[in-house]
Design a protein around this ligand. Structure first.
Ligand code: SF4
Length: 115
């Protein structure tokens, strides 16, 4: 499953530079598929909609740092543990129980993001 940031976030920003997929954005800032990945062509999101990689998409939170589930691989393919959770001073980077993915699926996603 992807990692999510809860409303316990204190907006310190410690997690953002640690993400190998650039899946973490500041609250209120748009996100896109291109930043921090090698995605070059139209990309199908988990929701089923298709986007241009450089298309800026609406923030998932306006108040706290947030993680795009489409870009989070739980750090699979890069690290042994989620790097955002490892550095968060208030332990607010937790598994997103609404997005269940197997290790194989996460590794496949990592390949799609960095082919
Ligand atoms: Fe990024 Fe890893 Fe945190 Fe997912 S678990 S948001 S890939 S740092």
């Amino acid at each position: 499953m992807a990692i999510k940031i809860t409303d316990a976030c204190i907006n310190c920003g410690a997690c953002e530079p640690e993400c190998p997929n650039t899946a973490i954005y500041e609250g209120g800032m748009p996100w896109n598929m291109q930043e921090g990945t090698s995605v070059q062509s139209q990309f199908e999101l988990m929701s089923g909609s298709t986007v241009n990689p450089s298309e800026n998409l609406d923030p998932i939170s306006n108040e706290f740092y947030y993680i795009s589930p489409d870009k989070c691989t739980e750090c699979k393919g890069f690290h042994d543990e989620p790097q955002c959770a490892a550095v968060c001073p208030v332990d607010c980077c937790v598994p997103n129980e609404k997005i269940i993915e197997t290790e194989a699926e996460l590794l496949e996603k990592q390949k799609k993001l960095h082919s």
